[in-house]
Design a binder for this molecule. Structure first.
Ligand code: AHR
Length: 511
C-alpha cells in the first residue's frame, strides 16, 4: 500500500502538465571526470577490419601513407578517438608478434583460425599498428597473447615497445627502423581467457595473470597500465575471483565484455530487417549494460573501495547476423538508426559510471560488428554510430553532472523500458553538455529541466535521427543519417525545455 502511494507520488512529480517530464541537473563537489578513454575503439585482424579497412594493397589508388588508407584515418581523427585496441579479440591469443616485424616479404604467414580460416600474411604488424596510432593521434592498447603464447614472448614484446636502453629486443627494433621506444602504456593480459583465450577457470587465469603481469616490466619513463581479462557479461563469479586473488597493485584495470544481441548466439537477428517488438527487445538488452556494470562495480567496491582499479569495457556493441552473402567468419553487418540509439544509450551508461568505468572499446572500428565506418573498394561511408561518437566527444575529460530523472516508459505489449537515457557533463571551459536518447519509436517527449548552480544564456543542439529505426546509410545514399542542427530546445527562465523527437540522439550545449 505504502509502495503504491509513493509510486503515485513519484509519477505525479515526474510527469507534469501535458505529458511534460521533469528533470534536474546539478553539480556535485566530488564528481568524477568522464575519461576520454571511454570513447575508445577496437581493431582486430578479423574480416575486413585491418585488411581493406585500414590497410590496403600497395597498388591501391587511395590516398595513403605506406598502405594505411587516409580517408579512414581522417574520419577517425575528426571524432578524436582516444585509444585503439589491437590485435584482437580472439586473434590476440594466437598472434605471435615476432611474425609481424622485419622485412614484409620475409614475414611468415599464419592461419587465422578464429575468423574464417583465412591466411594472415602479417604485413600489418607492430610497426604498422604504431604508425596507424601515430597518424590517428591515438593511444595504442595492446592485447597480449596468454592463450597460446608464453610469459617470455609477452615480456619481450613490452621490452621491444618500451625499453630505451641496449638489449637484444631493442637492437632488433632499431634494425627494423625504430630507434626510440614507443612507450605503450595500455596492456591487456590475454583476451576472453574464459573462452577463445584458453577456456580457463577464473582461478587458473588469476594465477596466470599474476605470472604474466610480474614479467611485463615498467621500463624507465614507461609505466604500464595492465588490464586483467575480465568477465563475460554477467559472470560475476569471474570478477569476484579475480578481485580476491589478484593484488590491487598488480592491475590498473579489469575488463568486461558485453554484447547486445536481439536474439541468441545461434540466431542473433538481422541488422536491417526487424519489427518494433524486435527493436524493443534489442534496446531492452542494451540497457542491461547498466545492471551488468553496476553489479560488477559492487563486487569491485568490496575489494577496492577507493576505486583504484578501472573497469575497462573493452568490447561492447550490437552483434547481429552477418549481411546476407558475406563470409560468416568476417562479422560484417550494416548499421542502422537502432545502432545509433544503442551507442548513445550505452555511452550515457558509461558516463554515469565514470567513477569506475575508465575505458571502453566499441567492437569494432571498420567493417566489423557495430562499425563506425564501412568500406567498399575505394568508397567509405560513416555509419549512424559514427555520428553519435562525433556528437558525444564533448564529454571527453569533462566533469560528470548529476542528473535526477524518472523517465517515462516506452511500452510494447506487456513490457516496458525507460524511454529516455541521459547523461550530462561540464567541460573545462564551463560549457554544459546534455546527451539524450529517446528510444520510443512512437512518441516525442517533452522534458523540463531545472539546472542548479549553473548560469547559462543560450542552448544549441545537434541530433541524429531518422524516420525509421531500420534506416541505414548505404554506398548509394551515404548521408541519409547524419548530424543535423537541433532546434527543439529553449530557455524558459532558468529552465531548459526540450522536445525530444522519437528515435533520436540529441546533444545540447548550454553556455
Ligand atoms: O569482437 C569479436 C570477438 O568477440 C572478439 O574477437 C572476441 O574477444 C569476442 O568474443
Amino acid at each position: 500500500m505504502k509502495t503504491l502511494f509513493f509510486s503515485i507520488i513519484a509519477m505525479f512529480l515526474a510527469v507534469t502538465g501535458a505529458g511534460q517530464t521533469r528533470m534536474s541537473i546539478s553539480t556535485v563537489s566530488n564528481a568524477p571526470t568522464i575519461s576520454r578513454h571511454i570513447y575508445g575503439h577496437f581493431a582486430e585482424h578479423l574480416g575486413r577490419c585491418i585488411y581493406d579497412g585500414f590497410w590496403v594493397s600497395d597498388t591501391s589508388t587511395l590516398r595513403r601513407k605506406d598502405r594505411i588508407r587516409l580517408d579512414v584515418v581522417d574520419a577517425l581523427k575528426k571524432i578524436k578517438i582516444p585509444n585503439l585496441r589491437w590485435p584482437g579479440g580472439c586473434f590476440a591469443d594466437e598472434y605471435h608478434w615476432r611474425d609481424g616485424i622485419g622485412p614484409r616479404t620475409q614475414r611468415p604467414k599464419m592461419l587465422n583460425t578464429h575468423w574464417g580460416n583465412v591466411v594472415e600474411d602479417n604485413s600489418f604488424g607492430t610497426h604498422e599498428f604504431l604508425e596507424l596510432c601515430n597518424l590517428l593521434e591515438t593511444e595504442p592498447y595492446i592485447a597480449g597473447n596468454v592463450g597460446s603464447g608464453t610469459v617470455d614472448e609477452m615480456s619481450k614484446w613490452v621490452e621491444y615497445f618500451n625499453f630505451d636502453g641496449l638489449s637484444p629486443a631493442t637492437e632488433l627494433r632499431k634494425q627494423n627502423g625504430r630507434s626510440t621506444p614507443w612507450k605503450v602504456q595500455y596492456w591487456g593480459v590475454g583476451n576472453e581467457s574464459w573462452g577463445c583465450g584458453g577456456n580457463m577457470t577464473a582461478d587458473y587465469y588469476a594465477d596466470e595473470y599474476r605470472r604474466y603481469a610480474t614479467f611485463c616490466k615498467n621500463y624507465p619513463g614507461a609505466p604500464l597500465k595492465k588490464v586483467a581479462g575480465g568477465s563475460n557479461g554477467n559472470d560475476y563469479n569471474w570478477t569476484e575471483t579475480l578481485m580476491r586473488k589478484i593484488p590491487l597493485s598488480m592491475m590498473w584495470g579489469l575488463s568486461l565484455h558485453y554484447y547486445t544481441l536481439q536474439g541468441n548466439w545461434d540466431k542473433k537477428g538481422s541488422a536491417t530487417q526487424f519489427n518494433e517488438q524486435e527493436y524493443f527487445t534489442t534496446m531492452r538488452k542494451c540497457l542491461q549494460m547498466d545492471e551488468v556494470v553496476t553489479r560488477h562495480s559492487t563486487i569491485m567496491d568490496r575489494y577496492d573501495p577507493s576505486k583504484r582499479v578501472a573497469m575497462v569495457v573493452d568490447e561492447w556493441g550490437v552483434w547481429t547476423d552477418v549481411e546476407p552473402g558475406t563470409n560468416p567468419g568476417f562479422l560484417y553487418q550494416q548499421n542502422s538508426l537502432r545502432d545509433a540509439l544503442i551507442a548513445g544509450a550505452t555511452l550515457n551508461i558509461f558516463n554515469n559510471h565514470a567513477d569506475r568505468v575508465k575505458m571502453a572499446n566499441l567492437a569494432q572500428t571498420v567493417n566489423v560488428l557495430q562499425a563506425l565506418i564501412l568500406t567498399k573498394g575505394n568508397q567509405m561511408l560513416l555509419t549512424p554510430t559514427y555520428h553519435v561518437f562525433d556528437m558525444y566527444k564533448v564529454h571527453h575529460d569533462a566533469k560528470l553532472l548529476q542528473v535526477n530523472f524518472a523517465s517515462p516508459d516506452y511500452i510494447v505489449g506487456d513490457q516496458k523500458i525507460p524511454a529516455v537515457s541521459v547523461s550530462a557533463s561540464r567541460d573545462s571551459t564551463g560549457k554544459v553538455h546534455v546527451s539524450l536518447v529517446n528510444m520510443d519509436a512512437n512518441k516525442d517527449i517533452v522534458i523540463r529541466t531545472s539546472l542548479h548552480d549553473m548560469n547559462w544564456q543560450t542552448v544549441t543542439g545537434q541530433a541524429v535521427t531518422s524516420a525509421r529505426f531500420t534506416d541505414i546509410n548505404t554506398f548509394e545514399r551515404p548521408g541519409l543519417i547524419t548530424i543535423s542542427d537541433f532546434k527543439g530546445a529553449r530557455k524558459e527562465g532558468n529552465e531548459l525545455v526540450v522536445t525530444l523527437p522519437k528515435l533520436s540522439v540529441v546533444v545540447l550545449e548550454l553556455k
